[in-house]
Ligand binder design. Structure first.
Ligand code: SF4
Length: 364
């Protein structure tokens, strides 16, 4: 039985009215199957109206698993000495990107740990070479770097930047990313927007100690920062990390966060993340029915792929390029043409300036 207040919250999205924190919590916390199905179908309706039926494919190249950071949840953390480390050469990265273009991809995502071997200049050289040889949009996902690096890479031709904040809870962030500060990360996101990148962020669902209030704050910040892409993934415990024994995040909660994010942001590009397909078979299909419109496919050479262990099981990602047309056909969706940049369905409301140095989460 759908409650009146639940219907009112869903309608707030339809009417273009901002959802309040209480309404987001109401949508997040329902245990009623009928209400949850209504939430998912409303997100699917908003997705169709705002961004259509196209699903944009991105080729991801995980070019280095070296990382100076020590995030508690991540298999690439520097204290994981069991991990075999690798670093692709600049020439190899360019070669794989060009191969992705010949296979039909129009966006390549270059992802790595925070690896200082790839200096600003070195990575700028890779970006420049790819741009010279292939008509590809380039997304970078290489962590927190200096403003000068962001600038050099933009100048070299990079189009987009992914920098997930994982959680907006300062306490949780500090606990999970001991050497980093949430305010710095938000400031970096503001800098990237200022430099003209399409900017993506995102969170993890099911982190130890995370509450629905934390997730509601994450969603409100997605809206406030007006991100072009938002990745929402379940937490998956990695056996070689301090969180090895923590229970994985639930797909159902991930789908709710995804659906509400679609309803409030409308036209943002939302991937059906690889991790959703790891926690549950057909998780990515479920995500595509709950507001998602992007899929990332792994182009990392197989010799390296098994070592890019942010979380376990990733290298066995069940979705391959050959399976995409049939899968999308079964969902009445189609492969996106073009580079799949964000198409604003309403006037862009970019933040006017960088978040100030003392950016406060209390203002969300
Ligand atoms: S989450 Fe990113 S920054 Fe943290 S350890 Fe993993 S790769 Fe490094």
């Amino acid at each position: 039985m759908v409650r009146q207040e639940f219907l009112t919250a869903i309608k707030a999205g339809q009417e273009g009215r901002e959802l309040s924190r209480e309404e987001i919590l109401l949508l997040l916390s329902s245990t009623d199957e009928e209400e949850n199905q209504l939430l998912f179908s409303e997100a699917d309706r908003v997705r169709q109206n705002a961004v259509g039926d196209e699903v944009h494919l991105r080729a991801i190249v995980e070019f280095s698993n070296y990382c100076v950071q020590n995030c508690l949840y991540c298999g690439l953390r520097r204290d994981n000495h069991e991990l075999v480390r690798y670093r692709m050469s600049p020439a190899e990265i360019v070669e794989v990107a060009i191969k992705a273009r010949t296979q039909g991809f129009q966006t390549v995502v270059l992802q790595s740990g925070e690896d200082s071997w790839f200096t600003g200049d070195r990575l700028a050289g890779v970006i420049q070479k790819i741009k010279e040889q292939a008509d590809l949009a380039i997304t970078l996902s290489v962590g927190e770097r200096t403003y000068a690096d962001y600038w050099a890479w933009k100048k070299a031709g990079a189009d987009r930047y992914l920098l997930k904040y994982e959680t907006t809870s300062p306490a949780l962030f500090k606990n999970l990313r001991p050497e980093r500060d949430l305010a710095d990360r938000l400031k970096a996101l503001g800098s990237l927007q200022e430099l003209g990148y399409e900017v993506g962020s995102g969170n993890m669902v099911g982190l130890p100690g995370q509450t629905n209030e934390d997730l509601a704050a994450d969603i409100q910040l997605f809206c406030k920062m007006d991100f072009d892409m938002i990745g929402i993934s379940p937490f998956i415990a990695h056996p070689q990390t301090p969180l090895a024994r923590v229970v994985n995040g639930e797909l159902g909660k991930v789908l709710k966060v995804l659906a509400i994010t679609r309803i409030v942001t409308k036209d943002t590009n939302l991937p059906a993340t690889t991790a959703t397909g790891i926690v549950q078979d057909k998780g990515r299909q479920e995500a595509l029915l709950s507001g998602a419109n992007v899929i990332m496919l792994n182009m990392t050479p197989s010799a390296y792929r098994k070592h890019y262990q942010i979380y376990p099981g990733k290298e066995r990602s069940p979705l391959e390029m050959q399976a995409i047309p049939e899968m999308l056909f079964s969902l009445r969706r189609k492969i996106g043409l073009g580079k799949g940049q964000r198409i604003h369905s309403r006037p862009a409301e970019k933040p006017e300036s960088l978040p100030p140095a003392n950016f406060s989460l209390l203002s969300i």
